[in-house]
Design a protein around this ligand. Sequence first.
Ligand code: PLP
Length: 335
Amino acid sequence: MDPLLAWRPEFPILETCTYLVSHSLGAMPRRARAYLQHFADDWDHRGVRAWHEGWWQIGAATGNLLAPILGAAPNTITMHQNATVAQAIVASCFTFDAGRRKIVMQDLDFPTNHYLFEGCRRDGAEIVYVASNDSMTAPIDRLVDAIDDETVLVPLSLVLFRSGGLQDVRPVVEKAHRVGAHVCLDVYQAAGTVPVDLASLGVDFAVGGSVKWLCGGPGAGYLYVRPDVIARMRPSLVGWAGHASPFEFETGAVRYATGVERFQSGTPNVPALYAARAGYEIVGEIGVPAIRARSLELTRRLIEASRRHGWRRIAPPRCRRAPAEAARGARCAGA
Ligand SMILES: Cc1ncc(COP(=O)(O)O)c(C=O)c1O
């Protein structure tokens, strides 16, 4: 028996249905209910003392729980309402001056990424979209070619939300860095189901949320910033939790925290972060490589069965393997 099957009782909804929609909302882990109860008990019994007994630091603690799942060093992740807000903080780190004003993206990216970065036009940004041929796969080579020395930022997704296609982002990072641009990787559809190694990919920023394969529920978006990039960035979307000494209540311009806290805004979303812990713990305990291996096995079974029925497959037939996957001999979903 596959050892992963032993985890099924941890997800009560699996007793009532066949749950095939984690790309939209991952099943609730049993222990999420206990953590939410814990939150309510702390609020009820500890009152204001809860701030100093874990609540104020819950963003850092949650980010550090998530970090190994994303291949990130400790103290590189801040928690936010959602991936859109996390990207707004990234966008607020940049100006779009005459010489360097391009944001280069793919037309297949998730709509929120388009909407958010489109908003930078009013600050002088030029948005360059790289088109897909088939609405399923996005040509990486064309994206690499579109990045030039007028490019500020390249937001792209590790896994395309529309097709599940896994993108080879290394050439993008290499080209962007060669011309002095930054890369913001959206790992939302990858986190928890595809091994992600942010440190090795060398991206400047990464964003995502916990609703899907991380089974963390809503309200737990995250922003990763590469350790050597942190101190260089001065996000204008900042709040008192991003201040070096928030409880000194200094007014006027922000004096940024030296660490990753400078990307925080205001009061943390405490109940959402209690709930998210459950999914992160389970994914961390199982390990993403084991989840990926099982996912590939089931996908292969599905593809073979659909072939026998003569059904047309619309998932990408093949895509270039991310090097970390290639090293393990894994194949892309749909391959
Ligand atoms: C790849 C990707 N990016 C971003 C989002 C939206 O993120 P949020 O609602 O956390 O802002 C989604 C939601 O499905 C997504 O699939």
